[in-house]
Design a protein around this ligand. Structure first.
Ligand code: ZN
Length: 131
């Protein structure tokens, strides 16, 4: 089936946005019972990750530590001035795949799917392909 496009307007320079419920709805509406759901962002300063969605402090800790690993300014060569956002995006990755069984995503109890904005605010696209 064709990919579904989700549009996400981010509101901050750096943030995680929980898109789990929107992805679950696409899976339900597809009617697919057994398969795989691929979530992909076509951007270079915005990624996708799966991690704990129950305690928002986990998101904050991840963002804080990414900020230590990848300083905002570090004599980067890229003239646009947003190398830190590019590097963090590569660390998080641009896609995730989740198995579907009995019509449901096989996410763990505490897991959520997050769009990772590193150079916002911007209008982002997320492609969701169910096979
Ligand atoms: Zn750039």
């Amino acid at each position: 089936m064709p990919a579904t496009t989700l549009r996400v307007a981010t509101g901050k320079p750096i943030e995680f946005i929980n898109i789990t419920q929107r992805i679950k709805r696409i899976v339900q509406e597809s009617g697919i019972q057994e398969g795989i759901c691929t979530i992909y962002v076509p951007h270079t300063t915005c990624g996708i990750t799966i991690n704990e969605a129950a305690d928002p402090d986990v998101e904050r800790d991840i963002l804080k530590e990414l900020g230590k690993i990848v300083p905002l300014h570090d004599e980067y060569l890229h003239a646009e001035g947003n190398s830190a956002a590019h590097i963090k995006t590569s660390l998080m990755g641009s896609n995730s795949s989740i198995p579907i069984s009995d019509g449901r995503l096989l996410l763990g109890t505490w897991q959520g799917i997050f769009l990772c904005e590193f150079d916002g605010p911007r209008n982002r696209k997320v492609y969701v392909q169910i096979q």
